[in-house]
Design a protein around this ligand. Sequence first.
Ligand code: ZN
Length: 241
Amino acid sequence: MRYLIISDIHGNLEAFEKILSKLNDVNADKIYCLGDIIGYGADPCECLTLAKKHFDCFLYGNHEYALFSPEYEEFFNPFAYAALEWTRGQLRKSDFDFIKSFSFMKIFDDFTLVHGSPKDPEEFYYIFSGYEADTAFRHCTTNICFIGHTHVPQLFTEGYVKGSYLEPGKFFLNRNKRYIINCGSVGQPRDGNPQTSYGIYDTVLKNVTINRISYPVHLTQEKIIKAGLPKILADRLIVGK
Ligand code: ZN
């Protein structure tokens, strides 16, 4: 099986459409989404509609969860909070109903999917370090776990102190080891590379491919400004921060 792994679209329609235009090349059996389809970007409804049409699995990101959990909003910085409230005003009743059907964590074949960490998925812990990954491994029942949330493509191997940054390309997985893998963010990369990021997991060849592609960032930026969202949300896209 070939799985397309997508995370953190964040209402960025141009980046999302760019990936959808590559679906024939990707040739995936299933498309799994790790959450944060909305938030920050100017096209939350359009992204939800396309996600519903193309994806086979939907998980809560913190931006979806916060819509229904006022107590969680306090963890948002002022820009994220402004975007959350703007997004809430855009969504249709059908969007809220759709989002309510999302899961916190899913297990397929030999892998787990979760937005933050398999340790208390509804807490949305970040996994940046080997220490954080170590805790996550102890709460994961499969050999492989795909995560999102940090917007940085990274790979952690159980037993190793440090994670490694994932450059674009293919990574072969050892069947006797355990991994936590972040395939990066579609709509708001934060690794200094503004290109959209996604992953493909091939269970037969036992490898993960990270692909990065350019998309018309300036169009996304113009939409964010025009919508009255904080300007920093447009500025950060071009630098990938
Ligand atoms: Zn996110």
